[in-house]
Write a protein that binds this ligand. Structure first.
Ligand code: ADP
Ligand code: MG
Length: 568
């Protein structure tokens, strides 16, 4: 008997799978192909859930949102070169949004790539990934897979979360080694995202500022949602009595209907506040960089809670930086809200409350119109009720007007239920986020999509049908980008922002065995969405919106450069 034949072997394929499983990774999102097709098959065989998409960007977005929802890096698996580049867009987006994610791509032979001899799908992927993510690693030896996966996980979730690239050359997968030595080489990452306790002096500084405030405001960002410190945050808001303003993906951390929510009085709150406490929200473009018209001309003092020290003073001076993880920082603040704490002046609280009520009352009639054709308000009025009746459903939202108006109109009631275009305001996250959210949470998902936004990931309706996911897609179909009314001044082609008029997106869903519905009134829309969400069946509802209803670029039209010589 040959003793070598007796020896138990493992190989690169199995070590990658074992390393992921050891670290609690239960799902891989990806697109199969050379050299990772068998890796996907074997992962499935070994009990990992493998969700195969039609395009890597959507798989990457699913992985990214899995990371946001679970605080465990979402894993996306792609082929080399073009597949890698498609996934890289999602990885860069995840990094920008501070979502933990690992992009694993197969790659071509190092020897050939480095000599640029023209391999199949040749590309120096590691070098290309590096500037676009938080960290990038390559593993060349099977014995290093355990360390490589451990480093990727720790890099993704510790400190400010973000995207990590892991490069696995084709040759690695078939490298064999002794099974026992292989098992020993794996690393279980202990305390991957350690608590980061704020310094007591920093806490004192923040509390002093808050105590001196006449018009304090708390801004909750998606970092606060990510942190899963929901109870600490609620206690802090309620015990401090300070009005709060949620950023888009922080909606629902406390219900939008909470008496302290300043959501519907946003402009007033930002303009008039004197001390602003930022919790996991950056002073980037979404907050007008902390200065200018949005913030009014009264002096502001900022307190900022963030795990990333370099975020402080990024746009304006931060008077009280509170560096640490949100759970630990808010716990430290809560310990200081004691019997001596004074609620904010009643006048400020009342200013916010009355402004909010006036704005809500002004909006109300627009949401109740049962108009045909629908406009954005009347359609969203119907969807607002759907979410009110199903507060644990997850809302995915992208588009221009569809995004801006849904953000304001649809109230959220629970944390991490609103997933949207994030920091870049990017179109194309829709179906990836919908799949990721459905797979990770098992909750019903409602994706409210502009017809243009949907187009970037629309082929994934097949994926949704294939895996029979409880996803309801509503297309706000106004025949185009922003509006459906552009024309070509020369009369040759359609206008640059319009689509085929009267398109029936619902037929796409039927092609794959899903349910397609076509609706033209808010009542029909409400009934169709309610039925779809109750059934749990993959459904796409084509909601006809007046082509003239949208405004250019939604709320951010001012970002469009203007030509000075534009012909009349
Ligand atoms: P929004 O767009 O909602 O304003 P941002 O993405 O701009 O939110 O900001 C999120 C911030 O939260 C980032 O600066 C990030 O470093 C921070 N962050 C993420 N997770 C944590 C955490 N667990 N503790 C503290 N800060 C965090
Ligand atoms: Mg449109």
């Amino acid at each position: 008997l040959d003793p070598a034949a007796e020896q138990e072997l493992t190989d690169g394929f199995h070590l990658v799978i074992d390393a992921l499983k050891l670290n609690g990774i239960e799902t891989i999102y990806g697109v199969p192909g050379i050299p990772i097709t068998d890796l996907g098959r074997m992962a499935q065989e070994e009990g990992i859930r493998v969700i195969s998409f039609r395009h890597e960007q959507n798989a990457g977005n699913a992985a990214a949102i899995a990371g946001f929802l679970t605080k465990t890096p979402g894993v996306c698996l792609t082929v080399s070169a073009p597949g890698f580049l498609n996934g890289l867009t999602a990885l860069a987006n995840a990094t920008t949004n501070c979502f933990p994610m690992i992009l694993i791509s197969g790659s071509s032979e190092r020897e050939i790539v480095d000599l640029q001899q023209g391999d199949y799908e040749e590309m120096d992927q590691l070098a290309i990934a590096k500037p676009l993510c938080k960290a990038a690693f390559r593993v060349l030896h099977a014995a290093d897979i355990g360390i490589g996966v451990a480093r990727a996980i720790r890099a993704a979730v510790s400190g400010r979360p973000g995207g990590v690239y892991l490069d696995l050359p084709a040759k690695l997968f078939s490298q064999a080694m002794d099974a026992e030595a292989g098992a020993k080489s794996l690393v279980k990452v202990i305390d991957a995202a350690p608590a980061q306790i704020p310094s007591p002096a920093a806490v004192d500084r923040a509390i002093d500022l808050l105590k001196g405030a006449k018009k304090p405001l708390i801004i909750l960002g998606k970092g606060a949602a990510y942190a899963q410190a929901d109870e600490e945050i609620r206690a802090f808001v309620e015990n401090s009595g300070i009005p709060f303003l949620p950023m888009s993906m922080a909606k629902g951390l406390l219900p939008d209907t909470h008496p302290q929510s300043a959501g519907a009085a946003r402009s007033t709150a930002l303009k008039d506040a004197d001390v602003v406490l930022l919790v996991g929200a950056r002073l980037n473009w979404l907050l007008s960089h902390g200065k200018g018209k949005t913030w009014g001309d009264k002096p502001k003092q900022f307190i900022q809670v963030d795990i990333e020290p370099r975020e402080m003073d990024s746009n304006v001076e931060i008077k009280a930086p509170l560096v640490g993880d949100i759970g630990s920082v808010i716990a430290a603040l809560n310990a200081r809200i004691d019997g001596n704490w004074q609620a904010p002046p009643a006048e400020w609280v009342e200013t916010i409350r009355s402004k909010k009520e006036a704005n809500i009352a002004k909006m109300a009639p627009k949401l109740l119109k049962n108009s045909v054709p629908m406009d954005f308000h009347s359609a969203l009025g119907a969807l607002k009720n759907v979410i009110k009746e199903r507060p644990d459903a997850i809302l995915v939202n992208e588009g221009a007007n569809t995004l801006d108006l849904a953000r304001g109109i649809i109230d959220m009631y629970q944390p991490r239920k609103r997933l949207d275009v994030g920091t870049w305001g990017v179109m194309g996250i829709g179906m990836g986020f919908a799949v990721g959210a459905a797979v990770e949470t098992g909750k019903p998902v409602l994706a409210v999509e502009g017809d243009s936004a949907f187009g970037f990931s629309g082929m994934e309706v097949e994926t949704i049908c294939r895996y029979d996911l409880p996803v309801t897609i509503v297309i706000f179909n106004n025949n185009g980008i922003y509006r459906g009314t552009d024309t070509d001044p020369t009369g040759r082609d359609p206008g640059t922002t319009v689509f085929v008029p009267g398109a029936r997106y619902d037929k796409m869903m039927e092609a794959f065995g899903g349910v397609g519905v076509h609706v033209t009134s808010p009542d029909e829309l409400y009934r169709a969405v309610s039925a779809a969400m109750d059934s749990g069946k993959p459904t796409l509802i084509n909601a006809v919106i007046d082509p003239a209803a949208g405004s250019e670029s939604g709320n951010i039209g001012s970002l469009n450069p203007q030509s000075v010589v534009k012909k009349k």
